[in-house]
Design a protein around this ligand. Structure first.
Ligand SMILES: Nc1ncnc2c1ncn2[C@@H]1O[C@H](COP(=O)(O)OP(=O)(O)OP(=O)(O)O)[C@@H](O)[C@H]1O
Ligand SMILES: [Mg+2]
Length: 375
């Protein structure tokens, strides 16, 4: 029989905060999620106390794990700086917190890249991002990962879109990750990729209600408490947009580079520019821009129509001095294969779309050669 939320809370009441208060009275717990015996919750504390809380987090995880009916337990610790009542520093830019706000305690100043510990065994972590939702970021991330796989690389895929994880649907993965003896999650293997998504642990609608700092903690655990093994490239499907959560992610994940997905419309390009600015701010190199839904290709006759006036992203990339990685048509096969959990690079490996994703993959690989060769 599966464990209930109340049983989890009863167990957590036996764990004490660093000040000796039962955890359930310390006003730090997120709602507890229980799905098929998999338990997830997070503890949100002030950043200055984060160290003291780490043992509490570990205790909480182990008491929950010890409950009958618990298949796995993940307790995330999230550290956020309390808003001060004194006037705070002005924000550098509307909607984007100054980098210093997110700096973890005890970390040296300087390049964010220098502060992020590499993940052992992974040569290069790259982000697939977009300034705007719904431009095909997840579809591109999955097919790009497969394109890189086709080039002979060992590839992982991390769905960091905690607000709307779509990798379970795109890959048709229904099972939940198992834990190894060290209580690390074992990624699901699919199509030769090591795949991890918050969608494997919680239901999609639960994921939608997470607050920014909790997102970061869960992503850190999905990066570091997962047995990724040896990978040349880990492709991270980022949440859409350039708000605080995305900036924090870009700062805290040891990224070797980022790829921006845009559609050709002006509005999407403006958002793509914001994405570029965000990665620049945290010193993550932009590997290039991909124009998705670039032109319409009729599934019957193959005729091409530039319904959005295609080519905007290429011009934008030239203007901004970043590589242009390629154009992906708006095509029925790309959508239907994704919806069926069988991405187009798998369902039509010899088709024209797979070739485009492999070509984009080749350009990405060439830019990452130094990192991959050094691993
Ligand atoms: N090149 C394409 N041709 C046809 N359909 C596409 C293409 N790219 C994406 N789609 C479809 O567009 C929809 C949105 O794509 P996707 O989920 O990849 O976008 P996203 O940017 O990840 O969205 P979100 O912001 O919600 O995470 C999906 O139904 C997908 O199948
Ligand atoms: Mg998506």
């Amino acid at each position: 029989m599966s464990v209930t939320q109340q049983q989890v809370l009863d167990a957590l009441a036996g764990v004490r905060s660093p000040r000796g208060v039962p955890l359930t009275n310390a006003n730090v717990l997120s709602p507890v999620t229980v799905t098929d015996g998999k338990v997830f919750l997070s503890i949100s504390v002030d950043a200055s106390e984060a160290r003291a809380w780490e043992t509490v987090r570990a205790q909480a995880e182990s008491v929950v794990r010890a409950l009958p009916g618990v298949a796995s337990a993940m307790v995330a610790l999230t550290a956020e700086r309390k808003a001060r009542s004194a006037p705070s520093r002005p924000r550098a830019e509307a909607g984007v917190a100054p980098a210093a706000t997110h700096r973890p305690p005890h970390s040296p100043a300087g390049s964010p890249m220098a502060r992020q510990a590499e993940i052992p065994g992974i040569a290069a972590v790259i982000a697939v991002a977009s300034g705007k939702g719904g431009v095909g970021k997840s579809t591109t991330a999955v097919n790009l990962a497969l394109g890189l796989r086709d080039l002979g690389l060992r590839v992982g895929l991390l769905d960091a879109d905690i607000y709307g994880p779509s990798v379970p649907r795109l890959t048709g993965i229904r099972e939940k990750p198992e834990l190894n003896d060290e209580r690390k999650m074992i990624p699901i293997q699919r199509f030769g990729l090591a795949v991890m998504s918050i969608g494997f642990l919680v239901e999609e609608d639960t994921a939608m209600i997470w607050r920014g700092p909790m997102v970061m903690s869960a992503i850190t655990q999905m990066l570091r408490d997962v047995t990724w093994g040896t990978l040349d490239v880990l492709v991270v499907d980022m949440p859409p947009g350039t708000g605080d959560a995305q900036l924090t992610l870009a700062q805290n994940v040891p990224l070797k580079g980022a790829i921006i997905i845009s559609t050709p419309q002006d509005l999407s390009l403006i958002d793509a520019r914001r994405g570029l600015a965000m990665f620049k701010k945290v010193n993550v190199p932009v590997l290039g821009i991909v124009e998705n839904m670039s032109y319409f290709q009729c599934p019957h006759c193959g005729t091409r129509s530039d319904i959005f006036g295609h080519g905007g992203a290429r011009h934008e990339a030239e203007r901004l001095g970043v590589p242009f990685l390629g154009e992906i048509p708006l095509h029925m096969a790309i959508r239907t294969s994704s919806d069926a959990g069988n991405p187009v690079v798998v369902s039509e490996p010899d088709g024209p779309h797979a070739a485009i994703y492999r070509a984009i993959g080749a350009s990405v690989r060439d830019q990452l050669k130094g990192a991959i060769a050094a691993a």
